[in-house]
Design a binder for this molecule. Structure first.
Ligand code: UT7
Length: 323
């Protein structure tokens, strides 16, 4: 049976660090409130020269280097983003051009914070269907560009960055000991669309708009939705929380991550946390966290890794992958 194996991983962050204290002169907030309610201490903010395409390109190059591959070896690029460089063409196509890749195909996927989990699943299906052998899957965002910097309930929460993986089709035995993606589960429910959205767009206002969120409402649903899709991938694979080596959740709020891990029975020391330093980077958060935990030697070949995300729409999903 064909499996989509993670062959390389990489990330890129803007160099500018914005600490909680830096917001104190901008909106009525405090380092103490932000740390207590979210676990965030700092985030990266893109310079004028940095874009979703440039960050995505840098993460893609890092992932290719770690896979010991070049753009010539890649058949397709799937970019998860809600902050594309332009309304069209797809930013994935711009990254394809930046990589000097003139074959294959590239497209964007939009599932907000769940974007990377959606993109991984779609890339996996292309590989399983024989449409591509190697796919570059990128999550890249510049949420700083769509924040209302006068709204303290949202502007302190988000950051910019990008992460990427190279997925490669390899033969497996069809068991959960195979390397690669073992199970995935995607969900959405548009009845929640007004709880987290951007108040502009090409077909409505003709503007880009700003992010709006009823944070408490999102929080209320998050843990149940996250645990629902995780229990689904556990059931598909026939594994339990005890089998998980690393839990790499979407990094929106440390309290949501802790509550989800507790509910699932996943030990604290197995949870990868970057929200303290990255804030919520939407579709980039999971691959950024993956790149960190692989880079520092925590995630090793053969480990069972659980990915999860939840965001605007609502959308939510989970992927179980043997590293
Ligand atoms: O990635 C997509 C998914 N997104 C999420 O998962 C985000 C989910 N939501 C959350 O993480 C949390 O709901 C927030 C961090 C957004 C807010 O935390 P909370 O504990 O739910 O706080 P709250 O919204 O209930 O607000 C509590 C108080 C309010 O004041 P009053 O009404 O009690 O007087 C807010 O106005 O905190 C106030 N507040 C702030 N105070 C200082 C809201 N933002 C701030 C702020 N600084 N930045």
């Amino acid at each position: 049976m064909m499996r989509s194996v993670v062959r390389g991983v990489g990330s890129a962050l803007p160099s500018r660090v914005m600490r909680n204290a830096d917001f104190e002169g901008i909106v009525d907030t405090s380092d103490e409130w932000i740390v207590q309610r979210t676990g965030i201490r700092e985030r990266r903010i893109a310079s004028d020269a940095e874009t979703t395409a440039s960050l995505g390109e840098a993460a893609a190059r890092a992932a290719l280097a770690s896979a010991e591959l070049t753009p010539d070896d890649i058949d397709a690029i799937v970019l998860a983003t809600s902050t594309p460089n332009n309304t069209f063409p797809a930013t994935a196509v711009e990254i394809q051009e930046r990589l000097g890749m003139h074959h294959g195909f590239a497209f964007d996927m939009q599932a907000v914070c769940s974007g990377f989990v959606y993109a991984l699943t779609v890339a996996d299906l292309h590989i399983l269907a024989g449409k591509a052998r190697r796919v570059l899957v990128i999550g890249a965002e510049t949420f700083s560009r769509i924040l209302d910097w006068t709204d303290r309930t949202t502007c302190v929460l988000f950051g910019d960055g990008a992460g990427a993986v190279v997925l490669e089709g390899q033969e497996g035995a069809g068991t959960t000991t195979d390397r690669g993606i073992i199970a995935s589960s995607l969900r959405s429910d548009g009845s929640h669309k007004e709880k987290l959205y951007v108040d502009g767009g090409p077909s409505t206002t003709g503007t880009v708009g700003h992010l709006r969120m009823e944070g408490r409402e999102v929080f209320k649903h998050a843990v149940a939705m996250i645990t629902d899709v995780i229990e689904d991938v556990f059931a598909q694979a026939g594994v339990t929380a005890a089998d998980i080596d690393w839990f790499v959740p979407h990094q929106a709020n440390k309290r949501i991550i802790d509550a989800s891990a507790r509910k699932l029975g996943i030990a604290e020391e197995k949870v990868v946390i970057t929200v303290d330093r990255h804030g919520n980077t939407s579709a980039a958060s999971v691959p950024l966290a993956l790149a960190e935990a692989v880079g520092d030697g925590r995630i090793k070949k053969g480990d069972l890794v659980l990915l999860e995300a939840m965001g605007g729409g609502f959308t939510w999903g989970a992927v179980l992958v043997r590293w």
